[in-house]
Ligand binder design. Structure first.
Ligand code: ISL
Ligand code: CA
Length: 545
């Protein structure tokens, strides 16, 4: 078998902390997910990717794992997990685990035993002497920290590309590979369908030599998509994943199309697909952490380039690290429903596997906090501290955080118009967005203009229409406002038109045709309304929306 996925798969990402709390401790849990399985089955998705649920001190909300084979008590037990897998299966929903193997938590037994002096475990991590009182090299860190921290009182340092509580594993050591094979088998034996592999293209560091200076992540040329990384992925695939038919999606930072192709070429047997980032960087960027508004035309060009460049890839607009997509458009606040449904149309008609992030299906937006004290994300706090050090004025610092904080996408799921959006009966770990009284699953369902109903329609189409499942992608038009493309399979053709702006857009003659589906009740052939989406089948069709 060349690939381990079905082309009609639609994945839903759950950030467990923020999805549904059943015991009132303010933190989402596995029972909460089990209770919502019917909701998810009804939405039409057939796989769930769970952000980490393992034992963790939560320095980075579970991306710092202290025990890979146990469930964090706050989420439940292994028995709950097994029930989730079984109940998911009954509804045709598979479970995808998050695999975080670039680093562990510093509270993992391996790191603790390393600190206690066990040579075997010291080799699991990347330890170096300082250079005459200086750090081992000049590398940068993803979270705006120094990537080297003192290793106990040994005088050595350990490398951490993320927080100092996330020491990087030493992938030159074959014992690490064996441990990871074992972890994979542990979860595969419990029936999971695959893995989302966290920052997987940085795991293998070629050398620890100084890097060429860059404004961020100096040193990255020594660890991005190295041959060692390719080899590890191939080994895991052949020896562990393929025998189970398990699929993988890699989170791959700073990949371009050639690199993404190398990682996903079926003949090389590494990953099935990757999350690339280029289309998430189409905002006007001043410095990495100070983005202003999304530039639609740039986004269209980027999407078209990747659609044409890759045979198949993961297709996403939101996740737990990104601001809400509709909040990135300047005028989406006035057109929340339209922008969200347009995004549904776009995401379900691009070629590749769609990943819907919790809350996307009801048009959730960025947080509305007024102050840093409401923000929990470690990255945001680090950036704020760095910005303070650099003398950036307070108002600007806060604006940076508001626009880019990962907590924008992490606010609790809004289920009902009741207190805390029905997420918890206690105090939520992170404040619920103030718009929960109008933006929530229950209120949306009662509306005759339901956002979720449109997502549902699009998801169903995506899973059943052979042209949307397997058709090729052809760019038709990229304009200031309108993006048009075709999906083509044999003699069948679907044309998609998206107005990605909050202004009406006049259509050229060749783009005017009667749509079979739109996110507006009434459409005018020659003008697209703000954030209007249209799907046109060759030969026309009845209007469905
Ligand atoms: O989110 C980012 C920018 O805001 C990225 O720098 C992000 O840290 C990077 O994409 C890696 O993300 C993944 O690994 C991190 C974890 O914090 C993220 O939540 C995870 O998705 C470390 O495990
Ligand atoms: Ca709970």
């Amino acid at each position: 078998m060349d690939v381990n996925y079905q082309k009609d798969m639609v994945v839903y990402q759950i950030y467990p902390r923020s999805f549904a709390d059943t015991n009132g401790d303010g933190i989402g849990d596995l029972r909460g997910i089990i209770e919502k399985l019917d909701y998810l089955a009804d939405l039409g998705i057939n796989a769930i990717w769970l952000s980490p649920i393992y034992v963790s001190p939560d320095d980075d909300n579970g991306y710092d794992i202290a025990d890979y084979k146990a469930v964090h008590r706050q989420y439940g037990t292994l028995a709950d997990f097994d029930e989730l897998v079984a109940e998911g299966k009954k509804r045709g929903i598979g479970i995808v685990m998050d695999l975080v193997i670039n680093h562990t938590s510093d509270e993992h037994e391996w790191f603790q035993r390393a600190l206690a002096g066990e040579k075997r475990y010291q080799d699991y991590y990347i330890l170096r002497d300082g250079k005459n009182g200086k750090l081992p090299n000049n590398w940068g860190n993803f979270f705006a920290e120094c990537p080297w921290a003192p290793f106990g009182d040994t005088g050595k340092y350990y490398l951490h590309l993320f927080s100092k509580k996330q020491p990087d594993l030493n992938w030159h050591n074959p014992a690490v590979l064996e441990e990871v094979k074992d972890i994979l088998r542990f979860w595969l034996d419990r029936g999971v369908m695959g893995f989302r592999c966290d920052v997987i293209n940085v795991i293998y560091k070629n050398t620890l030599r100084n890097g060429k200076w860059r404004p961020i992540l100096t040193g990255m040329e020594h660890y991005l998509s190295t041959d060692g990384c390719h080899k590890i992925l191939n080994t895991l695939r052949r020896e562990v994943l393929d025998p189970y038919g398990a699929f993988t999606v890699g989170e791959t930072v700073f990949v371009d199309i050639p690199k993404a192709k190398d990682l996903t070429d079926p003949a090389r047997k590494e990953l099935d697909m990757v999350f690339a980032f280029e289309h998430m960087e189409c905002d006007q960027v001043i410095v990495k952490w100070f983005k202003t508004r999304l530039r639609p035309k740039r986004l269209m060009k980027c999407l078209a380039k990747w659609q044409q460049g890759m045979d198949w890839n993961a297709c996403y607009f939101e996740n737990h690290d990104q601001p809400r997509f509709i909040s990135r458009f300047a005028d989406a606040a006035a057109f929340r429903r339209e922008a969200s449904t347009m995004m549904a149309g776009l995401q379900m008609t691009l070629r590749g596997t769609p990943y819907v992030y919790e809350g996307q299906e009801i048009g959730m937006t960025n947080f509305d906090y007024a102050d840093l004290s409401d923000v929990q994300d470690i990255e945001s706090h680090n950036i704020y501290a760095l910005a303070t050090k650099l003398g950036i004025p307070r108002a600007v610092r806060w604006k940076m955080i508001r626009r880019t904080s990962r907590d924008n996408g992490r606010t609790p799921m809004q289920w009902t118009p009741q207190a805390h959006g029905g997420f918890t009966s206690g105090t939520p770990w992170l404040k619920v967005n103030g718009n929960y009284k109008t933006v929530n699953v229950e209120t949306d369902a009662a509306s005759d203009n339901s956002v979720r109903a449109f997502w549902k329609t699009m998801i169903r189409l995506r899973k059943t229409d052979p042209v949307l499942i397997d058709g090729t992608f052809e760019t038709v038009h990229i304009g200031r406002r309108v993006f048009a493309f075709d999906r083509v399979l044999g003699d069948k053709r679907c044309r998609v038109l998206c107005n990605m702006s909050g202004k009406a857009a006049k259509l050229a003659k060749h783009l005017q045709a009667s749509p079979s589906l739109s996110n507006y009740q009434t459409v005018t052939p020659d003008v697209m309304q703000p954030f209007e989406f249209r799907l046109i089948r060759e030969g026309g069709d009845t209007h469905e929306a």
